[in-house]
Design a protein around this ligand. Structure first.
Ligand SMILES: Cc1cc2nc3c(=O)[nH]c(=O)nc-3n(C[C@H](O)[C@H](O)[C@H](O)COP(=O)(O)O)c2cc1C
Length: 208
């Protein structure tokens, strides 16, 4: 698939077909992740792979609680002093799917990076985390090139440490995201996207 076709085809999926995925495709996707740029040259990240219902149930009990405890109807229809935004519509659609979009994916990839601390005064203090997002984007694009699609969940607050403990992740590693990979269900509703006008984003020489 041509590069820009892949970029334009990639989208977040929250509804998968019940269809097996060849593990060789997953390996090609992760090899693409391993070609990402890296802050320290060493590419010392790791991947946990979840395949069975038991593994996913164990890892995603918090996501399940969050998804099942969310009242989407109430959220989407609550009175607002302004019309509901595209971002709010997406939130109302996505939260109830935070568990099933991982549980129903044939593979869930959990990338892991090492970092002493996550907070910092400078942008460069986030380099270990940012590097993993380069890896994650390569994974998304490679999945699209394979005809596959990804869901993603960023662990919320304590969910991070709960999943880490359940999966026996060593203390020095952190989890940037959970990534479900599978065949997208073509019946999944497509919410309106927001694409900026590039000309409005450009500042030549300095901000103006
Ligand atoms: C940093 C980041 C965090 C995100 N967190 C979540 C998440 O926790 N759950 C989820 O369903 N989608 C999550 N998303 C996906 C966004 O909702 C999605 O990328 C956005 O709506 C644009 O849609 P698209 O990916 O289909 O182009 C996240 C995306 C990014 C880049």
């Amino acid at each position: 698939m041509e590069f820009y076709e892949v970029v334009n085809k990639r989208r977040t999926t929250r509804q998968f077909l019940n269809r097996e995925v060849d593990f060789e495709a997953i390996k090609r996707i992760l090899e693409a992740g391993n070609r990402a740029p890296t802050w320290d040259h060493n590419r010392r990240w790791q991947y946990i792979i979840l395949r069975t219902d038991e593994e996913k149930d164990l890892a995603f009990s918090e996501a399940k609680k969050i998804a099942e405890g969310f009242d989407a109807e109430r959220y989407l229809n609550m009175p607002r002093p302004y019309p509901i935004t595209l971002g709010q519509k997406m939130y109302g659609y996505a939260v109830p799917k935070q568990y099933t979009m991982l549980k129903d994916a044939p593979y869930v990839i959990i990338p892991l990076f090492r970092a002493k601390a996550l907070s910092g005064e400078t942008v460069s203090a986030f380099n270990p985390l940012v590097t993993l997002w380069c890896v994650i984007e390569n994974i998304f694009l490679a999945a699209a090139a394979e005809g596959l699609s990804c869901s993603m969940r960023i662990p919320l607050d304590r969910e991070h440490d709960i999943v880490k403990a359940k999966l026996k992740v060593p203390p020095t590693y952190r989890i940037p995201a959970f990534i479900g990979i599978g065949y997208a269900d073509p019946e999944e509703p497509q919410l309106e996207q927001c694409y900026p006008d590039l000309d409005q984003q450009l500042h030549f020489g300095k901000w103006r």
